[in-house]
Design a protein around this ligand. Sequence first.
Ligand SMILES: [Zn+2]
Length: 115
Amino acid sequence: MTEEDPGGKRGPAPDDPQADEPTTSPPVLVWCEVCGKEQMTSAEEAFNEGWDFAGPGGTYPAGVVAPRTCGGCTIDKTVWWRLTVERTPVTGLTERERGIIARILNEPAQRDETS
Ligand SMILES: [Zn+2]
């Protein structure tokens, strides 16, 4: 039980431990095209969890067709694999796979809040 001084006004502490926390990487939305998992995380954490993702701090530059996978999925299930390794023409892709490409190409470098 702590009683705070009701009249005491707290000014902004210059060295607030929370404000001082180093936030080097901005939040990123990572997603897995194989299992459909999405996660709001930091680039650092995503990397540590084995995500393949694009954008700042990511494995690939944004807007380039590359694998988008979580730590539990393998790239041989990705559209990138279909195109690059299996050499499937875009016309041979399924509707779902084309949707994934569209999503990759439209992927903003920063997170998109309007979705
Ligand atoms: Zn996955």
